[in-house]
Design a protein around this ligand. Structure first.
Ligand code: BG6
Length: 469
């Protein structure tokens, strides 16, 4: 079987992780420009000042994407490049950059798939309370409208937010992302609600403009599975899915928060400051959502946590899904299992968990249109006689694409796959050491690009529309 004709083979990036040019052409400061320079916050103090210099080399990079046969490029827009102070004056140089980027994609027949928010918030807004401040919601809708009006004649696929669970949990529970707050569930839930509200208002605005494209949101997709048949552990997996899947997917797809979580946060005094009319707006926005983007790297293997609450991890290694962490409420822990396979960074490799999760999603939400907006292997790639032989990445993507094929065969409405990432880029907390790309960047040698083995492999997969998978 070949992949359907309208299925998009793509790859992705994000502004802060590739662009660099952090203070050029009128760009404002982002929260990451500031946070990454605080001592001890990132791996070896790495930051995105230069990143992989995509801002200056996008022509070459898109040329390489075209050579790979890429059908679609998912990238994000840097909000402070467009509106340096978060609200108000628009930076025409910023608009010009993304116009050039989009036009360059279109010149090669590459479909631009644009994320509005991949974590680089204007610093001015961060300082005013970031996503806990309702004014950020207003500011986001204004920024989204500017982008729709500037680029919407050519961009027909929009993602509002990337991985709300990550920037909110890292920002307000683990303290690993800006604003670096540790263990404040009240702020965490407030931030998530404000993001859902901003998403709802932005998609309403998009529909009002009648641009005849599609718009959705991208979430982490890390379904939890109990480590065994023990009823406490099964409860723990359900609890995890309520808090990390349903809390995120329900308001977008059902227009309503899951009651299980609403009850628990109420009892703990963590309920966001929300109004009946905001809840109504979220309900009204749900049917306007055209698709949901899934970022899948790994499932969660979950057991009930029996240790005391003060052993709850809050450090920066606490990542969604990765084993060895205790949930913020102390209810469950993620476990490394002997019979599973892990990456060098301890993330489980499980195409089976992916497929099982997709089936769960279909059961809960029906035939909603899906894109896999991220999936890939973070590795330190072997270099043999000057060639980057990233065989583990090829195997990882191959197995996950097979799962996608099976899912499509089962009637799951999956319309595209975006490997993370198109080119090696800055990992927020792991620097340049953790590579994901089809294209290698030589940081010691003028940021020169080099095609990896996976580049040729993916090219072949696209050419043959995955028939051999
Ligand atoms: C996702 C993000 O969470 O995972 C990406 O959307 C990120 O921006 C990717 O780079 C991989 O994460 P990491 O920590 O391995 O670089």
């Amino acid at each position: 079987m070949k992949f359907p004709k309208d299925f998009l083979f793509g790859a992705a990036s994000a502004s802060y992780q590739v662009e660099g040019a952090w203070n050029e052409d009128g760009k404002g400061l982002s929260n990451w420009d500031v946070f990454s320079k605080l001592p001890g916050k990132t791996f070896e103090g790495t930051n995105g000042d230069i990143a992989v210099d995509h801002y200056h080399r996008y022509v070459e990079d898109i040329g390489l994407m075209a050579e790979m046969g890429l059908e679609s490029y998912r990238f994000s827009i840097s909000w402070p490049r467009i509106i340096p102070n978060g609200q108000g004056e628009v930076n025409e140089k910023g608009i010009e950059f993304y116009n050039n980027l989009i036009n360059e994609c279109l010149k090669h027949g590459i479909v631009p798939f644009v994320t509005l928010y991949h974590w680089d918030l204007p610093q001015v807004l961060e300082e005013a309370g970031g996503w806990t401040n309702k004014n950020t919601v207003e500011a986001f809708v204004e920024y989204a409208r500017v982008c729709f009006e500037a680029f919407g004649d050519r961009v027909k696929h929009w993602i509002t937010f990337n991985e709300t669970v990550v920037f909110c949990a890292h920002g307000y529970l683990a303290g690993a992302h800006p604003p670096g707050i540790v263990n404040d569930p009240k702020k965490y839930f407030q931030a998530t609600h404000n993001v859902f509200l901003a998403h709802g208002r932005a998609i309403k605005e998009y529909k009002r403009l009648n641009q005849y494209g599609e718009i959705g949101i991208t979430h982490v997709f890390s379904p939890a599975f109990s480590i065994d048949d023990n009823k406490d552990n099964i409860w723990a997996a359900d609890h995890s899915n309520e808090f990390e899947l349903n809390w995120y997917y329900d308001p977008i797809l059902k227009g309503k928060y899951p009651e299980y979580v609403v009850d628990i946060i109420e009892k703990n005094g963590w309920t966001p400051d929300w109004t009946a009319s905001e809840l109504n707006e979220i309900a009204e926005a749900a049917p306007l959502n055209d698709f949901i983007g899934l970022n899948y790297y790994q499932p969660k293997r979950v057991a009930k946590n029996t240790a005391s609450a003060d052993s709850v991890a809050t450090g920066r290694e606490k990542s969604t899904g990765a084993p060895g962490n205790v949930s913020f409420d102390g209810a469950y822990k993620t476990v490394m299992m002997e019979d599973k396979v892990y990456t060098k960074w301890g993330w489980e490799i499980s195409p089976e968990g992916f497929l099982q999760g997709l089936r769960m999603l279909k059961e809960r939400y029906g035939d909603i249109k899906l894109y896999i907006t991220e999936n890939g292997l973070g590795d330190e790639d072997p270099i043999i006689q000057g060639e980057i032989v990233d065989v583990p990445r090829i195997n990882y993507i191959k197995e996950h694409l097979k799962a996608v094929k099976t899912a499509i065969g089962e009637g799951i409405n999956l319309k595209g796959y975006y490997a993370w990432s198109v080119i090696d880029l800055l990992s927020w907390l792991n620097g340049y050491k953790k590579q994901y790309g089809f294209i290698y960047v030589d940081h010691k040698n003028n940021y020169n690009r080099k095609k990896k083995l996976s580049f040729y492999w993916y090219k072949h997969i696209i050419e043959t529309r995955g028939e051999e998978l």
